[in-house]
Design a protein around this ligand. Sequence first.
Ligand code: FES
Length: 116
Amino acid sequence: MSEPHPPPAPSAPTSHRVVVHPGGQHFDVQAGHSLIEAAVAAGVDLPRSCRNGTCRTCIARLRQGRVHYRIAWPGLSFDEHDEGWILPCVAEPDTDLVIEFVTPSTENVAPLDPAR
Ligand code: FES
């Protein structure tokens, strides 16, 4: 007689939704893919160049959600990190995200999501 199988363990979502401001475009990121990789696959044109976290062409503001990096030292200062700047070419989402493309020197700073 065989043992009953336990119910499958709950698993983390396999993809996360990213909404891009300004404009409101959106795309989904599968586990193991960077935001830029997923945007390109979805036909969403985001600023990019090196794709390895050094040139900062892709820098964006994280308005909602949380990311982790696939490299140890993405090209952000501690202050930029604390202010919510991310490098989408080496960032992978942990949650659904809202990101915004503005430049650090010209942005009109809005309050950040305190839950980040
Ligand atoms: S594309 Fe160069 S840092 Fe992201």
